[in-house]
Ligand binder design. Structure first.
Ligand code: DAH
Length: 337
């Protein structure tokens, strides 16, 4: 019988030529199928084994097996090489120029109104005031008006254009509502300030429907108007960082008797009203069983935006509400204590 055999060198030479020019994994896979697949060259050679005499079959089989192993090994090596090449390319393409300046994260900063509230708080904190945060913005008629000596149909209710939810609930028009909550809850003596948001139907260059006030309340024995004057005077000098010219102009608030508004002298020599204050009305105290012959109180309500605008010389209140970072970031105010 004619010896069926395979020219190993030639077979491998052809394979090597084919594998050498392969540049990507897909083509390599195609080559693998071509040689090692079910209908590949190797299998075809294996099929020939059937027609080979038994004395030659062993040698022929070994020969095919050697070739197969060789091809498997070469494909494996080439695969590792191509995979490595792919990673190298990726690294090359994605390489970072470490000499470029980094991109900065734009982190926000505290809103100037908040910064100034903290600044104001620190002043009162040093005077021994408790600072009460939060407060109730959705309020009822009783705390916003009634208990502050502003009964129904009192004309003072009309001055503060109120957002009503229904006939009882409203958005508080003043932080003075907190006077009532605090009188109800706290033991005497009381010495607090409460910053917070208030709401009124008002919107123009100097009015916003939401704005901030700081309410102050002191109730103790022997509290009198000179204490109030001292506090307001020192507070304003501290806030404006200079000796400001102010005047106490007598006024009317239903919840104080001896009521006053405070005006400040502006650069253009005109007066600007910035806060209301007075001695707590006995009706407010007596309603909660505080003996007004023994105890007296002082109270004040400061419009925060007003004094901030004045301090920075900002003309339009709405700028503080627009959240334009370029505008807001100009203001930095803090105090360490
Ligand atoms: N609540 C008043 C307002 O919004 C301001 C005010 C005036 C508060 C006199 C006070 C005060 O505590 O005593 O117009």
């Amino acid at each position: 019988m004619k010896k069926k055999t395979i020219n190993k060198n030639k077979f491998i030479q052809i394979f090597k030529k084919a594998i050498d020019i392969i540049e990507n994994i897909n083509d390599l896979e195609a080559l693998r199928v071509q040689y090692l697949g079910k209908k590949g060259h190797i299998q075809l050679e294996i099929n020939k084994l059937k027609g080979i005499s038994s004395e030659n079959r062993k040698d022929f089989g070994k020969l095919i097996n050697d070739i197969k192993k060789y091809i498997q090994k070469e494909i494996k090596i080439k695969k590792l090489y191509l995979e490595d090449l792919k990673i190298q390319n990726k690294i090359f393409l994605e390489q970072i120029d470490i000499s470029l300046p980094g991109r900065r994260e734009d982190i926000g900063s505290m809103h100037p109104i908040t910064q100034n509230i903290y600044y104001i708080e620190s002043f009162f904190y040093k005077l021994g005031f408790d600072i009460i945060h939060g407060g109730l913005e959705i309020e009822d008629e009783f705390h916003n008006f009634e208990a502050l000596n502003i009964p129904k149909y009192h004309p003072a209710r009309n001055f503060q254009d109120t957002f009503w939810f229904d006939s009882v609930r409203l958005l508080r028009t003043q932080t003075s509502n907190m006077q009532i909550h605090i009188i109800k809850k706290k033991k005497l003596p009381i010495k607090i300030i409460v910053p917070g948001k208030v709401y009124r139907k008002d919107c123009d260059q100097t009015h916003s429907p939401i704005f901030h006030q700081i309410e102050g309340l002191v109730i103790d024995k022997n509290i009198n108007f000179s204490h109030l004057k001292w506090i307001i005077n020192h507070f304003l000098n501290d806030f404006f960082n200079k000796n400001v010219k102010i005047r106490f102009r007598s006024s009317y608030f239903p919840f104080t008797t001896l009521s006053s508004e405070v005006d400040i002298m502006q650069n253009n020599n005109s007066w600007l009203e910035i806060l209301g204050c007075g001695m707590v009305h006995p009706n407010v105290l007596e309603r909660f069983n505080i003996d007004s012959n023994i105890y007296s109180g002082l109270a004040f309500g400061i419009g925060i935006e007003r004094i901030i605008m004045l301090y920075y010389g900002v003309q339009d209140l709405r700028l503080f509400l627009k959240n334009d970072l370029k505008f807001l970031k100009q203001f930095k105010r803090s105090r360490y204590y």
